[in-house]
Design a protein around this ligand. Structure first.
Ligand SMILES: CC(C)(COP(=O)(O)OP(=O)(O)OC[C@H]1O[C@@H](n2cnc3c(N)ncnc32)[C@H](O)[C@@H]1OP(=O)(O)O)[C@@H](O)C(=O)NCCC(=O)NCCSC(=O)C[C@H](O)C(=O)O
Ligand SMILES: [Mg+2]
Length: 286
């Protein structure tokens, strides 16, 4: 199945230790949830969070929201127990942090056969190996870990994210080459609506499928930024109709709003309409 067939506009992290937030998520209009056992959970709380998450996911109640579990790295004392407890409770994917090589995914795949895997891209070595990681046969998605990446690079946080753009673009190339999902990193200042909107728009402009979020207040902005706008849907329809008319008249090119429309634009137009339909389906059921 095409991993990009479903929307990933809003992908909300929830610390696996926070029962109230785990409940709250059942009411939020998110496309996907990352149930986190890694950095959002304190060391002393990890075993209890793992047990709570296994119980919570077994009980269900998350509707059509994609359920992604971020386990601890397999080189930590918790990683293997996380996978043992959660691979069997029906997650839509397991997310491995700080992936640097396809061999790390092999190790996770051996513990979770058949479960789709996602990779956090957040270290310089991981970014450099993005093409090989994206090509792993069980991999379905990348999540950009821009906090860890900024830490590793020693760069400053800037509104335009200039220091991170090479890494973001490199991972997008790798994801698109393999047809997997690519979700942008988090925006830490969760009360800054304007800043969040600007960063969502930048991620959408670059080609990301959506944005990872840390707070419910961020959901609406991400859903809006990563959905096709009404004007884009209208243009897609008009392009398809004009191109079909041109083809019927024996021509390979149409003109819409003063711009040429060729077969390649029709592929994009159809993808826009398919994405809008997938979002409508999801919103009808969550
Ligand atoms: C940032 C927070 C610590 C803020 O928490 P809090 O002060 O409790 O927020 P509010 O009081 O405004 O909460 C209002 C209600 O919303 C619920 N809530 C809060 N956050 C979430 C959430 N993430 N998911 C679901 N529900 C949430 C509260 O429970 C309140 O509910 P109610 O009382 O019933 O109305 C907190 O938001 C938080 O912990 N966020 C997640 C932080 C996190 O997951 N961090 C790790 C991921 S980021 C990262 O590591 C990325 C990557 O690896 C990298 O390197 O970049
Ligand atoms: Mg991280």
């Amino acid at each position: 199945m095409d991993p990009r067939a479903r929307p990933y506009r809003s992908v909300l992290y929830i610390p696996g230790s926070k029962q109230r937030a785990l409940e709250k998520a059942k009411t939020l209009a998110v496309d996907a949830i990352i149930f986190d056992l890694e950095d959002a959970v304190a060391v002393d709380e990890k075993p209890a969070a793992r047990a709570l998450l296994a119980e919570t996911l077994t009980a269900g109640g998350y509707g059509k929201r994609a359920r992604i579990v971020r386990v601890n790295g397999l080189d930590t004392e918790w990683g293997r127990d996380d996978v043992a407890a959660l691979a069997g409770v029906g997650p839509d994917a397991l997310l491995l942090p700080k992936v640097e090589s396809p061999e790390q995914l092999d190790a996770l795949a051996a513990l979770a056969p058949g479960v789709p895997l996602w990779a956090m891209m957040e270290t310089p070595r991981g970014i450099l190996n993005a093409a090989a990681i994206a090509a792993h046969p069980q991999l379905a998605g990348f999540v950009m870990g821009t906090n860890d990446l900024a830490k590793e690079l020693g760069c400053r946080f800037r509104a335009d994210r200039m220091p991170l753009l090479a890494s973001l673009g490199h991972c997008l190339l790798a994801a698109r080459a393999e047809g997997i999902v690519a979700v942008d990193g988090v925006y830490n200042a969760f009360k800054d609506e304007d800043g969040l909107k600007a960063e969502c728009d930048q991620g959408r402009d670059m080609g990301f499928d959506g944005k990872t979020l840390i707070h419910p207040a961020q959901v609406a902005a991400a859903n809006a930024a990563f959905a096709p706008a009404e004007a884009e849907i209208d243009l897609a329809r008009r392009q398809i109709s004009a191109f079909e008319e041109a083809e019927a008249a024996g021509q390979g090119v149409a003109v819409v709003d003063g711009r040429i429309v060729e077969n390649l634009h029709i592929i994009t137009a159809r993808e826009t309409l398919a994405k809008a339909a997938a979002i409508a389906d999801l919103e009808a059921e969550t």
